[in-house]
Design a protein around this ligand. Structure first.
Ligand code: SF4
Length: 158
């Protein structure tokens, strides 16, 4: 039986976000009592510190980055953190793959350049655009069912 949910670690309230703050997620109760939770934070797994400078995908989305046609840059200094984002996505996938047969779904934090599923931020503004983060794209490429943290109705049905 598929009883594991791979989940963005910050959705559990841990302070792994770029700003070191924690958040509460209304969907946690929907999965916590029914599944074994396997938390991953791709940006930490990619070797980035917490807190860390905010970063965005330069053009396109996570798929574009995985194709080598775009980069992930920090917003202020424009430091290229693409290798960290790709390594973190690969590490998260590697961990999930250890339990692959039992993974029901992957739930990732919306709007993040790693974990966004439906939308990510435009590089040059605070507006959102449709697209995937790097980790979301890699999980999708590898055949996992990936849900956004905003898709509470779908999460209820798991
Ligand atoms: Fe880590 Fe993803 Fe949460 Fe960012 S959105 S803090 S990369 S788990």
């Amino acid at each position: 039986m598929n009883r594991i949910i791979v989940i963005s670690m910050c959705l559990l309230g841990t302070g792994c976000r770029y700003d070191g703050k924690s958040l509460s997620w209304e969907g946690l109760e929907l999965v916590a009592n029914r599944f074994f939770i396997l938390p991953v934070c791709p940006e930490q797994l990619g070797g980035l510190p917490t807190p860390r400078p905010p970063a965005k995908i330069e053009t396109g989305d996570g798929f574009t980055v995985l194709d080598g046609k775009s980069r992930v840059l920090t917003v202020e200094e424009k430091t290229d953190v693409t290798p960290n984002f790709i390594k973190g996505a690969e590490e998260a996938l590697r961990i999930a793959n250890l339990f692959r047969e039992n993974v029901k779904a992957v739930i990732l934090k919306e709007k993040s350049p790693s974990c966004g599923v439906k939308s990510i931020y435009n590089f040059k503004s605070d507006s959102l655009k449709p697209g995937k983060g790097v980790t979301a794209a890699l999980f999708i490429k590898n055949g996992y069912r990936v849900l956004s943290s905003d898709e509470l109705e779908e999460i209820k049905k798991l």
